[in-house]
Design a protein around this ligand. Sequence first.
Ligand code: FAD
Length: 381
Amino acid sequence: MTTVEDAQLTGAWELPEEFRMLRDTVRRFMNTEVHPLEDTLPHDAPGLPREQLLPPQEKARKLGLWAMQTPASYGGAGLSVLGQVVVAEEAAKCRMGAFFPALGAFGGNPPNVMFKASPEQFAKFAQPIIDGTATKACTSISEASGGSDPARAIQLEAVRDGDHYVLSGSKMWTSHAENGDWGVVYARTGEGRNGISCFIVEKGTPGVTFSRINVMASFAPFEVHFEDARIPVGNLIGEKCRGFTLATDFLVYGRMLYAAGPIGIAQEALNMTCRWAEDRDVFGGNLADKQGIQWMLVECEVELRAARLLMYQAAWNADLGKDVKVDASRCTAPKPPSRSWTGAFRSMVLSACPTNCRSNDGTATCGSNVSAKAPRRCSAS
Ligand SMILES: Cc1cc2nc3c(=O)[nH]c(=O)nc-3n(C[C@H](O)[C@H](O)[C@H](O)COP(=O)(O)OP(=O)(O)OC[C@H]3O[C@@H](n4cnc5c(N)ncnc54)[C@H](O)[C@@H]3O)c2cc1C
C-alpha cells in the first residue's frame, strides 16, 4: 500500500518542505523588496529603470533567486520545473507581475532554445542576459495568421542568399520586442511543420521595424516587420527546418510557467476579495456571512486549487523526465469567464479598490464607495 511518505515523493499532494521554504523566501522578498519599491512607481509604469532595479537584483542574487530557469552550469540557479512554478506564482504578485515578475529582480533567462544554440551563439547572446548585463530577449512566433497553430500559421519567409537569410513578412504580439537587444524569430524555410527555422535577430538589423500594439495594459506587445532583412547564416539556431521542434520545446515548457503567473495573480485577487467580504457590512450583516457570496468564493477557491494542482503535476512530471505535452496543455489559469470569478471579482474586488487603485498608504484613491482602508496585499494563503 502507498504510504503518505510515498505519496509525497510521487507528488500526491502537498508541496514538499524544500519548496514550501522556497515559496516563503520569495514571499518575504516580495513583501520586503518588491512591494515597497512598486509603491514608489507611477501606477502604470511599464517596467523599472535599470538603476532602480540593481539594488533588489543584488539582494536576490545573494538569496540564490537569480536566473532560475537557467542551468547552474551556465550561471543560473538551475531550479527544477516545480521550483520554477512555485517561484513564478509568488513573483507574479505585484502590479507588473504578468510581464515583469518581481519587477525583474530575479534576473533574466535567455529563451530556452538558446540552450540548444552553438557555444559561440550562447556566449555572445545568452550569457550577458544570465550575467545581468543585457536585458530580456523576445521570442517571436505568432503572426496575424494565428498563434495557436504556429506550424501552419507561420508565413514569415526566410530565403538563403549567400551568407545570409533574407526575412520578409510580419510577426504579431511580440512582447519585449523593443526593449531587448535581440530576439528569437521563427520563419519559414520550407513546407509544413518541417519547414520552420529559428533565427537570432539583433536589434538594429536594417529592414526590421516595430509598431506598438495598444492593449489595455501599459506594457504593450509589438508587431515586428521584416522587409528584406538580412540575417547572417551564423544566426540560425540548430539545423535549418528543425525550428518547429525547438518552438515546441519552448511552448510546452512555457505553458507551465505561464500558468503560474495568472494563478498567483488570481490567488492575490481572491485573498483581497475574502478580506473585503470580511470587512464589509451590508444590510445589517457582514458580507462574508451571505450564503450567495460564500458560494462564489468557494467556487473560485476550487477552480484555483484545481489549476494549481494541474500545474504542479505537469511540473513534477517534467522533473521526472516524462513527456509532458499533454500535462502542460492542461495547465491553465483559473477560468476567468466563469460566473464565480466575474461575479465575485467584479462586485467585490473592484469595489474594494485593489492595489491598483490605492495610494501609497494603502487607502483607496479611486473615489469609490470605500470608507475603510482598502485591503492591501493580503498575506497569501
Ligand atoms: C499580451 C500578449 C503578448 C503576447 N506575446 C507574445 C510573444 O511574445 N511572442 C509570440 O510569439 N506571441 C505572443 N502573443 C501571442 C499569443 O501567443 C497568441 O495570441 C496565442 O498563441 C493565440 O493565438 P491567436 O491569438 O492567433 O489565436 P488563434 O490561434 O486564432 O485562436 C483563436 C481562439 O481559438 C482557440 N483555439 C485555437 N485552437 C484551438 C483548438 N485546437 N481547439 C480549441 N480551441 C482552439 C484559441 O484558444 C483562441 O481562443 C502574445 C499575445 C498577447 C495577447
